[in-house]
Design a protein around this ligand. Structure first.
Ligand SMILES: [Ca+2]
Ligand SMILES: [Ca+2]
Ligand SMILES: [Ca+2]
Ligand SMILES: [Ca+2]
Length: 223
C-alpha cells in the first residue's frame, strides 16, 4: 500500500479500517480479527477488502462469499445396504452405504463398529468415499463367510468425524433408515426321493421335504 492509501475490510455489515485495533496490515498481508461484539451469523458472508488512495481512487478484491461460518454439527442421514441390496444373504462380504447431512472429514475404518449377533464374525475392510458426504463401508473376514445372525453398522466410541468447519459428529444415530443384514449360511434340510419301479411312463413320484419360510423346493428328473 502506498503513501496516503487506506485499507478497509467489510464483513457482516461492518467496515474495519487498518489500524483500528481489529484490522492490521503487516507488509502486504492483512489480518482481521472480528471482535466478539460483531459476531457473525452462521452462513456465507462476502468479504470486501478495499484500498483507497488520497485522490479517492479505490480498488477492491475480485472474489466474493469468501467466508463460511458453520456452527451446525453434522448428522448421520442413513445407513443402508449397498451390496448386496437384499437383507438375507450368504455373501462373504457386504457393503453398507453411510450418508451424512453434509460433507465430513476424518472418515476411516476406525470410526465404525459392527452391531448385531454376527458382529464378531466380521471386520471393516474398506471405507470408500463416494462423495464428501457419502461413504461405502465394506465388511468381510474369514468367519463372516460362514456366519449366521444379524449384522449392522454403527459408530465406534472414538470416532472423530468432523464437518469441514470441524464441528464434531455428536449424534451417531441415523435420522433416517438404519438397515441391517441377516446372514444365513445354513443350508436347508435335505429332501428325500422315494424310489419307484413302475410300468407307468408318466408316473407319480413322491418324497419328503421340509420347506421353511423363504425356501423353495424343485424336483428334476434326468432325461
Ligand atoms: Ca470479496
Ligand atoms: Ca456443519
Ligand atoms: Ca476417523
Ligand atoms: Ca457365505
Amino acid at each position: 500500500m502506498g503513501a496516503g492509501e487506506t485499507l478497509t475490510v467489510t464483513v457482516g455489515g461492518v467496515t474495519y479500517t487498518a489500524g483500528d485495533g481489529n484490522l492490521a496490515l503487516s507488509g502486504t498481508s492483512w489480518t482481521l480479527a472480528v471482535p466478539g461484539g460483531n459476531a457473525l451469523t452462521a452462513g456465507t458472508h462476502a468479504v470486501t477488502a478495499t484500498v483507497t488512495d488520497a485522490a479517492g481512487n479505490a480498488a477492491s478484491d475480485a472474489t466474493t462469499n469468501e467466508l463460511v461460518v458453520d456452527t451446525t454439527a453434522p448428522t448421520v442421514t442413513s445407513v443402508v445396504r449397498q451390496s448386496p441390496a437384499g437383507s438375507t444373504t450368504n455373501a462373504d462380504s457386504v457393503t453398507f452405504r453411510v450418508t451424512f447431512s453434509e460433507g465430513v472429514q476424518n472418515v476411516d475404518a476406525a470410526d465404525f463398529a459392527l452391531t448385531g449377533t454376527a458382529a464378531s464374525s466380521g471386520t471393516i475392510t474398506g471405507v470408500n468415499a463416494v462423495s464428501a458426504s457419502v461413504y461405502d463401508v465394506t465388511v468381510a473376514g474369514a468367519s463372516l463367510a460362514n456366519a449366521n445372525g444379524t449384522l449392522g453398522l454403527g459408530f465406534a466410541g472414538g470416532q472423530n468425524v468432523r464437518d469441514t468447519a470441524t464441528n464434531p459428529l455428536a449424534d451417531t444415530t441415523p435420522t433416517g433408515a438404519n438397515q441391517t443384514y441377516t446372514l444365513d449360511n445354513t443350508a436347508p434340510a435335505a429332501p428325500t426321493v422315494t424310489p419307484l419301479t413302475t410300468k407307468d411312463t408318466a408316473p407319480t413320484l413322491t418324497g419328503t421335504a421340509t420347506v421353511g419360510a423363504g425356501e423353495t423346493l424343485a424336483v428334476t428328473v434326468a432325461a
